[in-house]
Design a protein around this ligand. Structure first.
Ligand SMILES: [Zn+2]
Length: 146
């Protein structure tokens, strides 16, 4: 994770111990240390997470996990994978986990498979590869976008 920020002036906060730390060089500081540094640690303490990740709906400080996840710097931070993909000039779009059948790639692959099944049968590898490429190109771009 990148450094976080806290306070009105967005003071930077390292989430990892420095490399010259005597006992835990380079280790993640932990949720409690981060929350304490931000001055939000309650007197009675907090559990790391609610049981079964089932936080009270609407509550933002029921556990360390929920408290940190509701902070603006955590919300704004993109994953390392997403940052890498964007830095390479691509669009990164994650789909919700409803069902794999709703993913357009799955729909596209289904259309390709349908085309391939209607192509002439062959045991020649070169012919099969040619059929696959033809079938991949046979799905109209408009169908993929829909
Ligand atoms: Zn919680």
């Amino acid at each position: 994770m990148r450094n976080g920020t806290y306070g009105i002036d967005n003071t930077s906060q390292d989430f990892y111990f420095p490399d010259d730390h005597p006992t835990m060089p380079g280790w993640f500081k932990g949720m409690e240390n981060i929350i304490r540094k931000q001055g939000m640690w309650p007197e009675n303490g907090l559990n790391a997470q609610c049981e079964g990740f089932k936080c009270v709906p609407g509550c933002v400080d029921c556990c360390c996990r929920r408290l940190l996840f509701s902070q603006s710097d955590f919300i704004a931070q993109k994953s390392q994978l997403e940052e890498y993909i964007i830095s390479r000039g691509h669009i990164c779009d994650f789909y919700l986990k409803f069902h794999c059948k709703l993913n357009f790639i799955k729909q596209y692959w289904g259309a390709v498979t349908f085309h391939y099944r209607s192509s002439p049968k062959t045991s020649d590898m070169d012919a099969m590869e040619k059929n696959v490429l033809t079938c991949l190109d046979a799905v109209p771009l408009l169908h993929i976008r829909r």
